[in-house]
Ligand binder design. Sequence first.
Ligand SMILES: NC(=O)C1=CN([C@@H]2O[C@H](COP(=O)(O)OP(=O)(O)OC[C@H]3O[C@@H](n4cnc5c(N)ncnc54)[C@H](OP(=O)(O)O)[C@@H]3O)[C@@H](O)[C@H]2O)C=CC1
Ligand SMILES: N[C@@H](CCC(=O)OP(=O)(O)O)C(=O)O
Length: 420
Amino acid sequence: MSDLDAAMLDMGRRARAAADALRATTPDARTEALHRLAEGLRAAEAAILSANARDVSRARDGGLSEALIDRLALTPARVEGMAVAVETIAAQPDPVGGEMARWTPANGLDIARVRTPIGVLAVIYESRPNVTADAAALCIRSGNAAILRCGSDCLDSSRAIAAVVTSALAEAGLPADAVQLVPVPDREAVGAILSGLDGAVDLIIPRGGKSLVARVQSEAKAPVLGHLEGLCHTYLDGAADLDVARRVVLNAKMRRVSVCGATETLLVDRAAADRLLPAVAADLITAGCELRGDPEARALVPNMSEATEADWTTEYLAPILSVRLVDGVDGAVDHIRRYGSGHTEAIVTTDEKAAERFANGVDSAIVLINASTQFADGGEFGFGGEIGISTSKLHARGPVGAEQLTTYKYVVRGQGQTRP
Ligand SMILES: NC(=O)C1=CN([C@@H]2O[C@H](COP(=O)(O)OP(=O)(O)OC[C@H]3O[C@@H](n4cnc5c(N)ncnc54)[C@H](OP(=O)(O)O)[C@@H]3O)[C@@H](O)[C@H]2O)C=CC1
Ligand SMILES: N[C@@H](CCC(=O)OP(=O)(O)O)C(=O)O
């Protein structure tokens, strides 16, 4: 066994012990840890920014694209944003022990379904340092122990943030091993996590693109809650309001092109394409977006290049948008079923029936009506932060906050009943 495998197994054992210890902690202690974490992030701003500067400089030297540098880079405002997210999570109701339902069947037993932590969560995520703080905070709020494996480009920043997490846990009297960061960039550690660390990992949460997906699918030995690529669509229905369509599409594509909730394909109802597409396309082109369309779309917008089959399956994470004309809601739903990744889709329409048909027909984690796909975000949903956007069908879908990181058990109270 390699030294790294042995270290990972030890991390798993310590995480399991911490998860057991966390079950005995109070909501107040967890809230206290979150407040200490928020204060600690502010106090450690200089150390976090200087670690981040090292990460950014290494990433630039290694040729990382500017969109990915934007994800990686921290500023004083972004550190403050992390602290505020942790405070928002601290202010949320603690989900652990919450009663989801309670009833008494004919046998007279008092049955309660009660929220419990899942146990040990292993989160593998991209080089975005705020995820280290968000994931740590959500795991603390939900009483789970966490093993965090950040993207290799943000290791220095994440180490600085994880040091603050460890201190906050200790100051609040919680086990310091409740949140552990894998301290090395080797991908061998990802393999170890996927092996389940000798049964220590209850749930693997992979957050990333195709290469990670492929590895998780072939190697994972513990349950997986996938937070995978966002091939998101916006559909302009024949009954769309033009002003709303222009605002929503521009934001869905261009607000931040590198996030998983960015729209990658625009679908337009053939019946109204000549009314809608030229102005929507002009806004995008002015904002610096490259358009790739099918022949009918290109006939309406001269400076649009030709889309190939590969464009319908590509998550650009860049200022590029594929455009296709479809036959109404049914055509849009067919396209999304065939090419979507189950993340987020939007319809723009003034026709409530069309909106309802779209919402029922599309089976993605999030369906928006007359709003931008970029709202796919735990903070925007009021969760304070997010582990990510679950693209799995079980056990949680869409933005995953503290409540979604719990499972449940039944607590059954009797008065000496025996079963006949
Ligand atoms: N649904 C959601 O919530 C989210 C989805 N995403 C998706 O993530 C993708 C973009 O992120 P990107 O930075 O490219 O993510 P990557 O998939 O490249 O990286 C994510 C993490 O997976 C690791 N990883 C990737 N491939 C492998 C492999 N073969 N073996 C072991 N570890 C691996 C990376 O490690 P290393 O650093 O060593 O490469 C990193 O820790 C997009 O598809 C986006 O939609 C992003 C954020 C949230
Ligand atoms: N949902 C959040 C983050 C999305 C996300 O994680 O994107 P990214 O890590 O940049 O691919 C947001 O929209 O800011």
